[in-house]
Ligand binder design. Structure first.
Ligand SMILES: [Zn+2]
Length: 311
């Protein structure tokens, strides 16, 4: 069931689970049962081996820095012990598909390839070119899990390839589950580092995921930086995935309806049901003063314009 007056829902941010594995077909049926008519499916890079290079001593040191904050403000501090954070990081790496190949699964679904930022810029560009030939409709950049800032040369090469094929780039911004909740790792998700690349690639449609705000411990972490990018660049959009709906309401006071795409991060974030998330986001947008037309822009019209997905 959809909120009334919403004609269609395109979810601009989903992932295909691999653990337990789901076929694209069953995944899409599941989405459709929850009221979603079309979706962007994002790959997650396979970086298990990168994770093995992380020094647990550094994780301990970073954990020390927020220990006091945790004990003051969180009842479940055991969930943030260094070894648990490392384990959760590994779980995230292995639970979702990298999607280096796929079968076309209908017009209302498009698949974005995850950029492997561990490669040098030239080999990455070659790999992305090959993925475009295989039918991928854009790229996902997630710099946190590669421990790289967003002003890295490899990120630039993703934008170069996107520009030459007129494809969108979705950029993860904010922390990530596991060790990336710690400030020394979350910093890699700071979208203000994208400034130079955006200045030089003004025609690449760029979607800052999670409104730059994903964090369990500090939701809203890079909200301000993200709003600033949307203000400065006509080609920058945000998606609403994996943030508390209240933050969508706050963002809606600063970001115009044309620049917000509904996204959920389904099924990564499981503390709220997809159906309830849809309703909560709807309520927040209405409370922020969005008209019915504007709310429809967020839920599907913008996605139609950017990805060409029709309901
Ligand atoms: Zn995601």
């Amino acid at each position: 069931m959809k909120p009334k007056n919403i004609e269609c829902i395109i979810d601009a941010h989903t992932h295909l689970p691999t653990n337990p594995p789901k076929t694209p077909k069953t995944f899409l049926q599941e989405l459709s049962r929850k009221g979603v008519n079309g979706a962007i499916i994002l790959g997650i890079p396979a970086v298990k081996t990168l994770l093995e290079t992380i020094d647990p001593k550094h994780v301990n040191k970073e954990h020390e820095k927020i220990k006091e904050f945790l004990s003051k403000y969180h009842s479940n501090i055991n969930d943030f012990q260094p070894d648990i954070l490392l384990m959760n990081a590994l779980k995230m790496m292995t639970s979702y598909g990298r999607l280096c190949s796929f079968n076309p699964i209908g017009e209302r679904y498009k698949v974005m390839a995850a950029a492997d930022l561990s490669k040098d810029p030239e080999s990455l560009a070659r790999e992305l070119e090959a993925l475009v030939k295989r039918g991928f409709k854009g790229f996902k950049v997630i710099s946190t899990i590669f421990m790289k800032h967003l002003d890295n040369k490899t990120v630039e090469s993703v934008f170069e390839v996107a520009q030459s094929h007129n494809l969108p780039v979705i950029v993860h911004a904010g922390c990530d589950p596991g060790i990336w909740e710690l400030p020394g790792y979350c910093k890699y998700g700071d979208p203000s580092r994208l400034y130079k690349i955006l200045r030089e690639h003004r025609d690449v449609t760029t979607i800052i995921a999670h409104i730059g705000s994903y964090s369990y411990l500090a939701p809203g972490v890079f909200l301000e930086e993200t709003i600033e990018l949307v203000r400065r660049f006509a080609n920058v959009y945000v998606d609403t995935s994996a943030v508390p709906p209240q933050l969508v309401g706050i963002a809606a006071k600063h970001v115009p309806a044309d620049k917000i795409l509904f996204g959920s991060d389904y099924p990564v974030i499981n503390n709220i049901e997809l159906e309830s998330f849809i309703f909560e986001v709807y309520k927040q947008l209405k409370n922020a003063g969005f008209s019915t037309r504007e709310v429809n822009k967020v839920f599907w019209i913008n996605a139609l314009n950017i990805f060409g997905i029709r309901c």
